[in-house]
Design a protein around this ligand. Structure first.
Ligand SMILES: NC(=O)c1ccc[n+]([C@@H]2O[C@H](COP(=O)([O-])OP(=O)(O)OC[C@H]3O[C@@H](n4cnc5c(N)ncnc54)[C@H](OP(=O)(O)O)[C@@H]3O)[C@@H](O)[C@H]2O)c1
Length: 302
């Protein structure tokens, strides 16, 4: 048996439990992972609480379960160590440290998880802590979809709206890594941390209007789904681009590999708001459901 965080009906934190569950038995093409850290993200919130536009809820119910999540063990991303591999597995071996995203089948907030070898997953180096690796396949992989070598040129002026969340804090760092001048938009309390991860300028969205500082940007990235192109088109340069997390992203193991290398080389860091023990799982979810976490919230499973 193992400990796992479970949910049977959609809803708030009161619908989550810490229970005993069967330890997974792996198939030939699967690996068994001892979980060390589980990320609790806005993605978990969206699925668990149906916190999406009312017209999209039927689609979520169809995909994830009618009255509650079909996969009772919750948690869509995390990190741990491979302790057993199936007979047909070639890509991973016992002892490998891995981080992954498993949105459809979930199961990441548990002491063990089995994943198919072809899952969206990658290995990471010994110099990376599990807690820092756990959010990579969620926030950093999303940020990389929008902020990458093909969207950012050295010297570009980029504005990141909602820079203090998981996607936002990774996006700020990636934009700096590709040589941009970064303006980060968040509430004032988060400006210090955003400057510490590389933001050149900061704007407080609660007291300032981003359209009124006489600046224009080559790229505006909305990392929290709070602005539209129509609202900001006057502050885009002539060939400027507007990107939003509203768009679908691609989940690729190669992207996690790339991000893990940046993390290992200290070109990227995971901003941690709070790390909770497994017994504090409710506090972790309350924190994430507040929609005002800074960077990431992680549960230390072991
Ligand atoms: N397209 C995809 O595949 C994909 C993948 C992952 C995530 N997403 C979406 O991306 C969004 C961000 O995800 P996340 O995990 O980064 O969220 P998150 O970490 O929960 O975001 C929290 C941050 O949002 C900021 N915020 C809240 N209201 C704001 C507002 N009105 N204006 C500016 N900032 C505001 C807060 O900053 P303050 O405390 O400073 O207000 C807080 O730091 C979510 O909507 C998520 O669903 C999309």
């Amino acid at each position: 048996m193992m400990k796992a965080v479970t949910q049977y009906k959609y809803g708030g934190v009161d619908k989550l439990y810490l229970e005993d569950a069967d330890k997974p038995i792996i198939k030939d093409d699967e690996i068994l992972i001892e979980v060390f850290a589980a990320n609790v993200s806005s993605g978990d919130m969206k699925i668990n609480t149906l916190d999406i536009h009312v017209l999209l809820r039927p689609m979520i119910r169809l995909v994830f379960g009618l009255f509650g999540p079909r996969k009772k063990i919750r948690g869509i991303s995390g990190a741990g160590r491979v302790i057993k591999v199936g007979s047909r597995v070639t890509k991973y071996k016992k002892g490998d440290r891995v981080n992954y995203i498993n949105s459809m089948n979930a199961g990441c907030i548990a002491e063990y998880i089995s994943l198919k070898e072809k899952s969206v997953m990658a290995t990471f180096n010994e110099n990376i802590d599990d807690v820092n690796a756990a959010p990579i396949a969620f926030g950093a992989m999303t940020a990389l979809h929008f902020i990458n070598e093909s969207t950012v040129k050295t010297g570009d002026k980029i504005l990141i709206y909602g820079a203090s969340g998981s996607v936002g804090t990774y996006a700020v760092q990636l934009a700096k890594y590709y040589g941009a001048h970064v303006t980060a938009v968040s509430s004032k309390i988060n400006h210090k941390i955003l400057k510490s991860i590389g933001a050149d300028d900061v704007i407080d969205y609660q007291t300032e209007d981003i359209r009124k500082n006489n600046q224009s940007y080559d790229l505006i990235f909305d990392a929290v789904m709070k602005i539209s192109k129509k609202q900001i088109k006057t502050i885009l340069t002539k060939n400027g681009t507007f990107l939003s997390v509203k768009s679908m992203t691609k989940e690729l193991s190669t992207r996690i590999e790339y991000l893990n290398a940046l993390l290992s080389d200290q070109k990227l860091t995971t901003v941690l708001d709070h790390v909770y023990e497994l017994s504090e799982f409710k506090e972790a979810f309350v924190h994430v459901y507040s929609k005002h976490k800074v960077g990431n919230v992680v549960i230390k499973v072991k």
